[in-house]
Design a protein around this ligand. Structure first.
Ligand code: ANZ
Ligand code: ZN
Length: 863
C-alpha cells in the first residue's frame, strides 16, 4: 500500500475545528469528579505578537496538560492577558492610539496566533487584567487588605524628570536621563502606597522548604536571598566627644549629638576588633554635621551621584570622611573609637550605621587600609597562634575568639550568643533579626493601570472608595507629560464616601505586579462575584504545575506567594502556597542579521549560503550582504523572531511544537534553525507513513511481533517518564527511535503492530496533537485520541534488554554474566568459555558438559 503524504495544512485546521465543536477543553468549575490538575503558564503581556519564542512556554504547558488529561485528571489549563503597563502608554504617546485600544487590538491578534498552536486551553476562562470586571475585584481585595492594615502610605523616592515634569518608571530612565527629554533625572519624595510584605518575611522563607524538589533549587535560593534574613544584634555606642557646634541641650527631643549611635551587626563576636564606626552619608548625624562642615556636605553630595544599588556600592572604592566624633566601646569602656561617614553604608538597611572590624570584614579592611585605621584580629582559625595576623584580606572564616576579654576561647557562634547576653544585661544592645526585604511600593504615577480605590478627604483622610470598580476614564490625552488621571477635568473630584465632603480620588495606579499576583486564583472562577470563589479556588488551587521564565524567579513569584498568604489571612482564599510545582524554561534563541547601516533584518528576508564551512548571509529584498550576528533571545527589537503563521504555512504547527522541545533540555535555551524544524517535519511524515501504511491483513511473524511488543512497552515507559520528569527532549529522542524501530520491524504485524502504532500516537499526542488525531482516525479508532487513556506499559515487558545469568560449576554458584535477552544458547556458551574470569576458575580442569537454559542459567560440569 503506497503511503500518502501527510498534509498539516488541511489536517491541523480540521482537528482544531473538531476540538472546538466538541468544546473539548472547557473544564467545569467544580470538575467532573476525577482528581484535579491545574497547569498554568505565566500569562503573556499583550505586546503585539506571539512568536515561536513565546510558544515554547505554552507548548510545554500543553504537553503537561494533554498528558495529564490522558492520565485521567480533570485538567484546568486557562489563558489570559497581563494587560496593564507602560508600553501601551508609550504607544499612546508615540502614535496617538488610546492605550486601551492598542491593548485590546494586540490581544485580538495574539489570541489568534495562540490559537494556531493548537493548545488545549480553556478559552472560556480568558480575561485581561485591564478589564474592569477583573481589576474591580482586585480593588475589592485591596480595600480588604487596607482595612487590615496591610496597606499603608508613606513617603518614598521617585525618579523625576525636571523637563517633562513627570515621574518616570525605572525603565524610562536611561543612563540616568529621562527617555524622552534627555534631562538628568532627579530624586523626589512623594507620598505613596505600600503593601506590608515584610510582615510575611519569615513565612515566605518557611514556605520555601516545602517546595523543595518541586521548585528549582536556584529559584528557592534566589527568593531566600532576596528576603535576606540575617541574625545579629543592635549595639548602642555612647558618644564620648562631639564637635562643639552640635547642640547639647535637647528638651526631650532625640539628639544626634548626645544619643548613643545604634549600629546593626551580624558579628557581635568581633566587637573587640572594632576600630571605627561608619555612618551612611544620609544618616541624620552625618547630615547634622554637614551643616557645619563643607567637606562633609561635599562628601554627601558626591555619594548621592554614584549608583545606589548594592552591587554598585560593593564595586566602588571605599571612601569616607572623619566626622570628628568619638564613641565609647560598650564592652570595653576604656576604649573609644572614631566615627566616620562612609559610602558603603546604606541608610536603608539596619540603622544605617556599622561598627568597622577590618580584620574580619573585607569592606572594613579596605576602608581601614585606605585611612590608616587599626586592624585588630580577634578570631583565629584552628591551629593559629595568638600572633595570628591579617595582612592581605579580612579573615571571615570560623575559629576561636582571642584578645576579647570575656569572649576569649569561645568559638564564633558561642561568642555571638555570649556577647548578646552581655549587651542585653548591660542595656547596651540586644539580639536582632533583620530582613533585606522592604515593603512593596505599589503606587505608580501612570494612567494605564488599576486605579487605587482610595478617596482623600480633607476631614477623614484616606477613605476606601465606594462603588467598585473605580473605572479608568476613557477620555484622556497623552499630548502633555504627566499622569492623565491627575489632570482629568472631572474624574478625580468626588464626594467623600464617609462624610460627603468634597474630596479627591487617588490618582496613582497599582504596580502591574499586583495584577499578576492573584490571576491564577481568579481563573478558577473568572465570573465569581467575590474576588475569589471559595469553592472553585479550594477545588483547583494550588496550581500543580506553573511554567514560566526564570526572569520572574524573584518578584512575580514572591508577590504571588505574599498575596496568597495575605488574602488567606483575610479569609478570601484558603491556599497559602499558590504554586505547588514550578518549572522555569529556557528561551528560544535565533541568529541575528544586520545590514551595514545597522538595521536588523528578519530571517524571512535572509538567504544563507555555506561555502566550504564559511557561512554568509544576503538580504533577499535588496541583495545586500549582511553580517551574521550573535545568537540571541527572539525579540522584536532584533527582528530575529519567527511567527507561528510562518511555521503553520511552511511546516505545520506540529513540527514547530515538536522542534521547540526537541533540541535541548527544556530548562536550557534552544536555537531555532530552519534545519531543526525541517527535521521535526520529517518526523511528522515518518509517523504518518507508519500509520498510513499499516496493513491489518498482515499478521506478522511470532518472534518479530514479540520483539515489537517489548519495544512498545519500553517506549511507553521511557516517554512517560521523560514527560513527567520534564525531560521533553529525551522523550522526543525516544519517540524518534521508536518510529525507527517500527519501520524496521518489517516482519511484525497484526495486533502487535497495531498496538505499537496506537501507543506511538498516544505518546506523540501531547507534542503533535493534530497528527495524533489524524493517525487515530486513520487506524480506525473510535472518537478522539484526546479522550483515549494514556498508554500503559507492563514493567516486565518494558524491562531491560539484558539479563543476568548465574554461572554454576558442578552445581555451585560461581559467578554470573550479563548477556542480551533471548540470546541463543550456543552464543551464550561461546561468551562464557571466552570469559577470562570463568577461565581462571576452571584452571587445570576440563569442561565435560555445558548446559545453557535461555535467559536463565549456565551450568558447567567439570572434572
Ligand atoms: C560588624 C562586622 C564585623 C560585620 C565583621 C561583619 C563582619 P547582612 O549579613 O547582609 O545582614 N552592615 C550593617 N548595616 C549596614 C548598612 N546599613 N550598610 C552596609 N553594611 C551594613 O550584613 C550585616 C553586616 O553588614 C553587619 O555586620 C555590618 O557589618 C554590615 F567581622 O558588623 B557587620
Ligand atoms: Zn470625609
Amino acid at each position: 500500500m503506497a503511503a500518502t503524504r501527510y498534509d498539516p495544512k488541511t489536517a491541523e485546521p480540521r482537528q482544531q475545528a473538531r476540538w472546538a465543536a466538541a468544546d473539548a477543553f472547557s473544564t467545569p468549575t467544580q470538575g467532573t469528579g476525577k482528581p484535579k490538575y491545574y497547569v498554568l503558564e505565566m500569562f503573556p503581556y499583550p505586546s503585539g505578537n506571539i512568536h515561536m519564542g513565546h510558544a515554547r512556554n505554552y507548548v510545554m504547558g500543553d504537553v503537561v496538560a494533554r498528558s495529564k488529561r490522558a492520565q485521567g485528571f480533570d485538567v484546568l489549563h486557562p489563558m489570559g492577558w497581563d494587560a496593564f503597563g507602560l508600553p501601551a502608554e508609550n504607544a499612546a504617546i508615540e502614535r496617538g492610539i488610546h492605550p486601551g485600544d492598542w491593548t485590546w487590538s494586540n490581544i485580538a491578534t495574539m489570541r489568534d496566533q495562540l490559537k494556531l498552536l493548537g493548545l488545549s486551553l480553556d478559552w472560556s476562562r480568558e480575561f485581561a487584567t485591564c478589564d474592569p470586571a477583573y481589576y474591580g475585584k482586585q480593588q475589592a481585595w485591596f480595600l480588604e487588605l487596607f482595612k487590615r492594615g496591610l496597606v499603608y502610605r508613606k513617603e518614598a523616592v521617585v525618579n523625576w524628570d525636571p523637563i517633562d515634569n513627570t515621574v518616570l518608571a525605572n525603565e524610562q530612565v536611561v543612563d540616568g536621563r529621562g527617555w524622552r527629554s534627555g534631562a538628568v533625572v532627579e530624586k523626589r519624595t512623594l507620598s505613596q502606597w505600600f503593601l506590608r510584605i515584610t510582615d510575611y518575611a519569615d513565612d515566605l522563607i518557611e514556605g520555601l522548604k516545602e517546595l523543595e524538589g518541586r521548585w528549582p533549587d536556584k529559584v528557592r535560593l534566589m527568593q531566600e536571598n532576596w528576603i535576606g534574613k540575617s541574625q545579629g544584634a543592635t549595639v548602642w555606642w555612647p558618644i564620648d566627644q562631639a564637635p562643639e557646634f552640635l547642640p547639647t541641650s535637647d528638651a526631650g527631643q532625640p539628639n544626634h549629638a548626645r544619643d548613643p549611635i545604634e549600629v546593626y551587626t551580624t558579628r557581635p563576636d568581633t566587637l573587640f576588633g572594632a576600630s571605627f564606626l561608619a555612618l551612611a552619608p544620609d544618616h541624620p548625624l552625618t547630615k547634622a554635621i554637614a551643616e557645619h562642615r563643607p567637606d562633609v556636605a561635599a562628601f554627601i553630595k558626591a555619594c548621592a551621584q554614584t549608583g545606589t544599588s548594592e552591587a554598585d556600592i560593593e564595586k566602588a572604592e571605599k571612601l569616607g570622611v572623619d566626622l570628628g566624633l568619638r564613641v565609647r566601646h560598650p564592652l570595653d569602656p576604656e576604649r573609644t573609637v572614631g566615627v566616620w561617614a562612609a559610602n558603603f553604608v546604606l541608610s536603608t538597611y539596619g540603622s544605617g550605621a556599622i561598627f568597622g572590624c577590618p580584620a574580619h570584614d573585607q569592606r572594613d579592611f579596605e576602608f581601614a587600609t585606605k585611612y590608616g585605621l587599626p586592624i585588630m584580629p580577634v578570631v583565629k582559625p584552628d591551629g593559629a597562634g595568638d600572633d595570628f595576623g591579617v595582612t592581605d584580606e579580612a579573615y571571615t572564616g570560623p575559629g576561636t575568639i582571642f584578645r576579647s576579654g570575656f569572649l576569649d576561647g569561645l568559638d564564633v557562634n558561642a561568642a555571638k550568643a555570649e556577647a548578646i547576653a552581655r549587651l542585653e544585661a548591660q542595656d547596651q544592645g540586644k539580639g536582632a533579626t533583620l530582613y533585606r526585604l522592604r515593603d512593596w511600593g505599589v503606587s505608580r504615577q501612570r494612567y494605564w493601570g488599576c486605579p487605587i480605590p482610595i478617596v482623600h478627604c480633607p476631614k477623614c483622610g484616606a477613605v476606601p472608595a465606594a462603588d467598585l470598580p473605580v473605572e479608568l476614564p476613557k477620555d484622556v490625552t497623552f499630548d502633555t507629560p504627566g499622569n492623565p488621571l491627575d489632570r482629568h477635568p472631572t474624574w478625580k473630584h468626588v464626594k467623600c464616601p464617609s462624610c460627603g465632603t468634597d474630596a479627591t480620588r487617588e490618582t496613582d495606579t497599582l504596580d502591574t505586579f499586583v495584577d499578576s499576583s492573584w490571576y491564577f486564583a481568579r481563573f478558577t472562577d473568572p465570573t465569581a462575584s467575590e474576588p475569589i470563589s471559595p469553592n472553585a479556588a479550594d477545588h483547583w488551587l494550588p496550581v500543580d504545575q506553573y511554567i514560566g521564565g526564570v526572569e520572574h524567579a524573584v518578584l512575580h513569584l514572591l508577590y504571588a506567594r505574599f498575596i496568597s498568604r495575605a488574602l488567606s489571612d483575610a479569609g478570601l482564599m484558603t491556599v497559602r502556597e499558590p504554586f505547588a510545582g514550578l518549572f522555569t524554561q529556557g528561551m528560544v534563541v535565533h541568529e541575528t542579521y544586520r545590514r551595514a547601516d545597522g538595521a536588523w533584518v528578519e530571517p524571512t528576508d535572509v538567504e544563507l549560503t555555506n561555502d566550504a564551512g564559511k557561512r554568509s548571509a544576503r538580504q533577499l529584498s535588496t541583495g545586500e550582504a549582511l553580517t551574521i550576528g550573535d545568537i540571541e533571545k527572539m525579540s522584536k527589537s532584533k527582528k530575529n523572531v519567527v511567527a507561528p503563521q510562518e511555521i503553520v504555512d511552511t511546516y505545520g504547527v506540529d513540527a514547530g511544537r515538536l522542534f521547540v522541545l526537541s533540541d535541548s533540555p527544556p530548562e536550557r535555551d534552544v536555537q531555532w534553525t530552519p534545519g531543526g524544524v525541517e527535521g521535526a517535519s520529517r518526523f511528522v511524515q515518518r509517523v504518518w507513513a507508519e500509520v498510513d501504511g499499516y496493513d491489518p491483513a498482515f499478521a506478522g511473524e511470532a518472534e518479530a511481533n514479540a520483539a515489537l511488543v517489548r519495544e512498545t512497552h519500553k517506549a511507553i515507559k521511557a516517554v512517560s517518564e521523560g514527560i513527567t520528569g520534564f525531560r521533553f527532549n529525551s522523550a522526543i529522542a525516544k519517540l524518534y527511535a521508536f518510529v525507527a524501530t517500527i519501520r524496521d520491524s518489517a516482519k511484525a504485524g497484526g495486533e502487535a503492530k497495531r498496538e505499537a502504532l496506537k501507543a506511538l500516537l498516544g505518546l506523540v499526542a501531547p507534542f503533535t496533537p493534530h497528527l495524533a488525531e489524524e493517525g487515530w482516525t486513520r487506524l480506525g479508532e473510535e472518537g478522539m485520541i484526546l479522550d483515549a487513556p494514556w498508554p500503559v506499559y507492563d514493567p516486565a515487558l518494558a524491562a531491560d534488554d539484558e539479563v543476568t545469568l548465574p554461572i554454576q560449576v558442578n552445581g555451585k554458584r560461581r559467578g554470573e554474566i550479563r548477556v542480551a535477552r533471548g540470546l541463543a544458547p550456543a552464543e551464550v556458551e561461546a561468551i562464557v568459555m571466552a570469559d577470562p574470569e570463568v577461565q581462571s576458575r576452571l584452571e587445570g580442569q576440563t569442561v565435560r558438559k555445558i548446559v545453557v537454559v535461555k535467559d536463565r542459567i549456565v551450568n558447567l560440569v567439570v572434572g
